[in-house]
Design a protein around this ligand. Structure first.
Ligand SMILES: NC(=O)c1ccc[n+]([C@@H]2O[C@H](COP(=O)([O-])OP(=O)(O)OC[C@H]3O[C@@H](n4cnc5c(N)ncnc54)[C@H](OP(=O)(O)O)[C@@H]3O)[C@@H](O)[C@H]2O)c1
Length: 220
């Protein structure tokens, strides 16, 4: 499958490694340009591209940049993607450490992924946001393995969600349907499921036990 990855850091780099290893055709971009991605390209066989080119022909696009950088992404980011492209959003809001205060999230009460959807002008599927980047490399397991981890996946587009869940299964993880994007606060930072290394039952319970309250340390 043709996959575009925008962001080549902890998460984008490791998704590039695993998805190329599984035989996918991966294009990867960062903010500094393809010439700075030579090493990752040589290691993985991925094609380094500019951010505006990453989605071309892609059936899946992963947006995995710091939240504060989302408004800086090129306009028309998804032009040229497959018509039914699934856009994965791995983002988290860290107002104090990294992102600064984002009014849409704090004043308008948007979930982090709804805010991202509005910035990029496309529906997203929220996945991997609570997964340690290293776990993508180290903790994948075959289907049915008793130690297989499960990841929550939220999104409004059911077909796109199915496509993303199938890809995550291929990557070696179970998934739990965490509802739509308005429900995705249940997997944001500081919730019980965030960073949880558990199976489907534990993830389902953790999602159910989440509180919508945003604590002061997670506010700008
Ligand atoms: N680290 C984790 O374990 C983890 C786990 C789950 C979710 N997340 C979330 O996933 C997102 C990415 O995290 P990360 O740790 O992978 O970040 P990171 O290591 O800081 O990497 C960020 C990447 O985004 C690129 N980037 C920044 N601005 C860009 C722009 N305008 N256009 C294109 N690329 C741009 C950077 O490129 P340059 O280097 O060229 O600037 C870099 O490759 C964050 O929201 C984070 O909270 C992280």
């Amino acid at each position: 499958m043709k996959i575009g990855i925008i962001g080549a850091g902890n998460i984008g780099g490791n998704l590039t490694r695993r998805l190329t290893a599984l035989g996918h055709d991966v294009s990867v971009a960062n903010s500094r340009g393809p010439e700075t991605l030579k090493e990752l390209a040589e290691e993985t066989g991925a094609t380094p591209v500019r951010a505006e080119e990453a989605a071309r022909g892609a059936e899946v696009v992963v947006v995995t940049v710091p939240l504060k950088a989302v408004p800086d992404l090129p306009s028309g980011l998804l032009d040229g993607a497959a018509q039914d492209v699934a856009v994965i959003d791995t983002g988290n809001y860290y107002p104090r450490q990294r992102d600064g205060r984002i009014a849409g999230i704090e004043d308008d009460g948007l979930t982090e992924s709804r805010w991202t959807e509005r910035q990029i002008g496309h529906a997203v599927i929220k996945a991997f946001n609570g997964t340690y980047a290293q776990d993508i490399l180290d903790r994948h397991r075959p289907a049915g393995d008793p130690g297989r981890m499960a990841l929550p996946v939220a999104g409004d587009d059911e077909a796109a969600k199915r496509k993303v869940r199938a890809l995550i299964d291929e990557l070696g993880f179970d998934t739990v349907d965490a509802g739509g994007i308005d429900d995705s606060w249940r997997q944001q930072p500081d919730t019980p499921v965030y960073g949880l290394r558990g199976g489907t039952e534990a993830v389902t319970e953790a999602l159910a036990g989440a509180s919508p309250e945003r604590k002061p340390e997670f506010r700008g």
